[in-house]
Design a protein around this ligand. Structure first.
Ligand code: 0A1
Ligand code: ZN
Length: 868
């Protein structure tokens, strides 16, 4: 067999797991008792599993393991020397009867666990991360989500070092032992899969509160953090209580245990984890105070707290049958957290932010070598599938169901889903069937959204026949080919559409929902007496790219008139994109229509400042690149900067007025105050772009005098892109002020990594040698390396230094933490979108990564697929 010039010369590529190969488990484990003798260097884990044979077969019991050596194996109390064998890393046991008790003992070393999967040490505490396959690094077990068990957990540890001992469920017992040790017992009455197991041993303090459920049950809430962080937990606590109330009201879902604990840890591979009643969080999604967290951070804290809490039903009470069903819990839960956040503040701005995030991360994924359906067909390493597609496109698919069925039928469907599958491991198919059964709507073709990858492209043409007062809307759809899926079928696409009279500014009969089902479809509108202007995909009702041939004048009209805020924003974005794409192609462009539209928006006193701030922002360089056949990062940057400068200069009075209006605003965390802060920093950016001689002074003053991080970081972002003398001083002041606060120092790294200055590659290389940079902390790696990889100008520097830097980091991080390393790779996989010179350089780096011996399967999968 020939090796794909990759991994090591000796290792075969990792096996590919296929969705079609799913088979139910041979053995079930209804009950498990775990006993932990905790110690960072050597933790002894004893597991007692009651196992039952499932179905008539004589296959052995297979207990997954990863890096474990069995120190003892007992069957029904009897020590066994040779009744078991290893099959790779798994423990295999032939069992005579249909029900047995299996005990195993292993020893693990949490302090040596740099992958942060399984039981690991972080900042002096011990904690776990088991999703997706970390439990097998703790003990031998059928580590798959369709094996559901009731857990009893006993743990003991040194009391002075680890005074707090937590696990899932409710604490049922505990006490002191000899030698300064103590113990605790926790029981979780709910059946759960391994990936929801959690344990924490730590020296932390709690922000305690309580919540009365609507049926009158009192729940004790606690957020556990280091003592110095206690004051930063109020926002998370408020968000938790708001989430609990919201899920009762919006979905009829109540909390089901007496305790709910959240623990913040500094070293974490993802955002947070929904372990049953013991959520473990990356501290960046818990800690917030005005001096250290921006408004975006506050919003993220609330969103992630809600997300993890909502998983208690969408994920925990009803879990996933296998990892191919990941979007069953993630897409649905993201939709739920988005809806929650929309209800907490401006729904319009939230929708704009969510669509911007989708376009920034999911559209490129769908258009590249790592494209996959929201329900993937195969994987080498499931950790690589916690993607924007599974999460964010998955949420859009649920949102489309909500749009198609309507709020009431959708709610009936979700009630039916939860009732029908409570306590089960379900599939995406189960979810769609519940929606279908509850609503009576046939969703046969809608299921294609689960199986087809790629962003559909919808073209729309509107023709008007003034004589007959008719308008004909011609819609066509196509889904581009993606890896393994050369041709696609048309999908049902719900498009919210309205036609506006060009003169009256009124819609003809309001909005209607057009279901585009076929490859080609025509819709006739009657009673259209004047030339209509097309407003389509309002509210971003479908995650598609719409190509509608609309003039600059029509887009300007919509950006000023449309009563759907998203459509209004979208019209402005389209106007900007059209202008910039033309400018890149021709080397120059007519900026007038954009300038006038922005001016009109800025002057419209009826608009929410938060909305204005979003609407007047230019599309990102990477989004502009996504609209072009070949990305030219330098030309895009120059064209965008030229438009920014013209906007800044032509509208200088407006920016100054809006800055003045938003400036004297004492800090409070309310939607209106947030909106003003956002508009303030956006205005500052345009004042700087204009080249106004006093911009540096204004920026530095905002930076220095800020009473909150939003203003301070906003000003720093402008300073960092500049050549001003104040720049370096601001960076130094920021660093000195926040030295030792890791979450804020992450911002210091990120702001520099995103700099649009010519020296950003060199700066980033130097920062990798900074004393505060470490490969061991995923937040820090993402803050510098992850951020730099989205810096279109710096990363795509023609020297290839940016690509080389990223590949070096991938290889270095992979030795410690494969999951974090693999997540850095996708930007290199965009080589097909670039010119020959850059593409060659990017491919060379991917090839170099692949030629490195000892690669993890995480990195191997991402790099080999990216190279193509
Ligand atoms: N289920 C979590 C995401 C998550 C996945 C893997 C993790 O560790 C490797 C951690 C968290 C969520 O959706 O929030
Ligand atoms: Zn989730």
């Amino acid at each position: 067999m020939t090796m794909p010039d990759a991994q090591t010369a000796t290792a075969a590529p990792p096996p590919v797991i296929h969705r079609e190969d799913y088979r139910p488990p041979d053995w079930l484990v209804p009950d498990v008792a775990l006993d932990f003798a905790l110690d960072p260097a050597a933790t002894r884990v004893t597991a007692r599993l009651s196992v039952t044979r499932s179905g008539a077969h004589n296959r052995p019991l297979r207990l997954d393991g990863d890096g474990l050596t069995p120190l003892a194996v007992r069957i029904d109390g009897e020590p066994q020397a040779d009744a078991w064998r290893m099959d790779g890393a798994a423990l295999m046991i032939d069992l005579p009867g249909d029900a047995h008790v299996i005990e195993t003992e292993v020893e693990i070393a949490p302090e040596k666990n740099s992958q942060l999967m399984g039981l690991y040490a972080s900042g002096g505490m011990l904690c776990t991360q088991c999703e997706p396959e970390g439990f097998r690094r703790i003990t031998f077990f059928p580590d798959r989500p369709d094996v559901l068990s009731r857990y009893v957990v006993r743990m003991e540890a040194d009391k002075a070092r680890f005074p707090v001992l937590l696990s899932n469920g409710d604490r049922t017992d505990g006490g002191d032992l000899d030698d300064g040790r103590h113990w605790a017992e926790w029981r979780d009455p709910f059946f759960k899969p391994t990936y929801l197991f959690a344990l924490v041993a730590a020296d932390l303090v709690a922000n305690r509160d309580s919540f009365a459920t609507r049926s009158g049950k009192e729940v004790e809430l606690a957020i556990w953090v280091k003592p110095e962080d206690l004051a930063k937990t109020e926002h998370a606590m408020a968000a938790l209580k708001a989430s609990m109330a919201w899920d009762e009201k919006a979905y009829g879902r109540e909390y089901d245990l007496g305790e709910f604990n959240i623990v913040a840890v500094a070293d974490f591979n993802f955002g947070a984890m929904e372990n049953k009643s013991l959520n473990i969080f990356n501290s960046r999604y818990i800690l917030a105070d005005p001096d250290t967290a921006t408004d975006v951070d506050y919003d993220n804290v609330a969103g992630v707290v809600a997300h993890e809490y909502f998983h208690n039903w969408s994920g925990n009470r009803v879990t996933c049958r296998d990892w191919f069903q990941l979007s069953l819990k993630e897409g649905f839960t993201v939709f739920r957290d988005q809806s929650f956040s929309a209800d907490q503040g401006s729904a319009a701005v939230k929708r704009i932010e969510d669509v911007r995030a989708l376009r920034a991360s999911q559209f490129p994924e769908d258009a590249g070598p790592l494209a996959h359906p929201i329900r993937p067909e195969s994987y080498m390493e499931i950790s690589n599938f916690y993607t924007a597609t599974v999460y964010n496109k998955g949420a859009e698919v649920i949102r489309m169901l909500h749009t198609i069925l309507g709020a009431d039928a959708f709610r009936k469907g979700s009630d039916l889903y939860f009732d029908r599958h409570d306590g089960q491991a379900a599939t995406c198919e189960d979810f769609v069937t519940a929606m279908e059964d509850a609503s009576g709507v046939d969703l046969a073709r809608f299921r294609l959204w689960y199986s087809q990858a790629g962003t559909p492209r919808v073209t729309a043409r509107l023709e008007h026949e003034p004589a007959g007062g008719q308008a004909r809307l011609t819609l066509e759809q196509g889904v581009p080919p993606t890896p393994g899926q050369p041709s696609k079928q048309p999908m049902p696409i719900p498009l919210r559409v309205a036609l506006y009279g060009e003169v009256t500014g009124q819609t003809f009969g309001g909005e209607r929902l057009v279901m585009l089902e076929d490859a080609h479809q025509e819709i006739l509108f009657e009673g259209i007496g004047e030339r209509p202007v097309l407003s389509i995909n309002r509210g971003f009702s479908a995650p598609v790219t719409v190509v509608a041939d609309r003039s600059a004048a029509d887009l300007a009209f919509l950006s000023a008139q449309d009563d759907d805020p998203f459509a209004r924003y979208e019209a402005m974005q389209q106007l900007m994109v059209d202008t910039l794409v033309r400018a890149v192609a021709l080397g120059e462009g007519d900026h007038r229509p954009v300038i006038e539209a922005v001016q009109e928006t800025l002057r419209n006193a009826a608009l929410d400042p938060a909305f204005i701030a979003e609407a007047v922002l230019l599309p990102s360089e990477s989004f502009i690149g996504d609209q072009m056949p070949v990305v030219d990062p330098v030309a895009i940057h120059l064209a965008r900067e030229a438009l920014r400068r013209d906007l800044g200069q032509e509208l200088e009075d407006e920016w100054r007025a809006s800055y003045a209006k938003t400036h004297a605003n004492r800090y409070e965390y309310t939607p209106p105050a947030k909106g003003l802060r956002r508009l303030k920093t956006v205005s500052l950016g345009y004042m700087a772009a204009s080249g106004a001689p006093d911009a540096s002074v204004i920026a530095f003053r905002q930076f220095r005098d800020a009473d909150n991080m939003t203003d301070r970081q906003g000003a720093l972002g402008t300073l960092v892109n500049s050549q001003w003398a104040e720049r370096d001083e601001a960076l130094k002041l920021f660093y000195d002020r926040y030295r030792g606060n890791d979450l804020v120092i992450d911002k210091w790294f990120t702001t520099q990594a995103l700099s649009t200055r010519d020296d950003s590659v060199a700066a980033v290389e130097a920062l990798a040698g900074h004393g505060d940079f470490t490969l061991a902390n995923p937040n820090r790696v993402r803050a510098l390396v992850g951020a730099f990889a989205v810096n279109q100008k710096g990363f795509n520097d023609l020297s290839g230094r940016g690509y080389r830097f990223l590949a070096d980091m991938v290889l270095a991080v992979d030795k410690l933490n494969p999951q974090t390393a693999a997540k850095l790779i996708p930007p290199l996989g965009r080589w097909r979108r670039f010119d020959e010179a850059r593409a060659t350089l990017m491919r060379a780096e991917l090839a170099r990564v692949l030629a490195t011996p000892g690669l993890s399967k995480d990195v191997f999968e991402q790099a080999s697929k990216s190279l193509g």
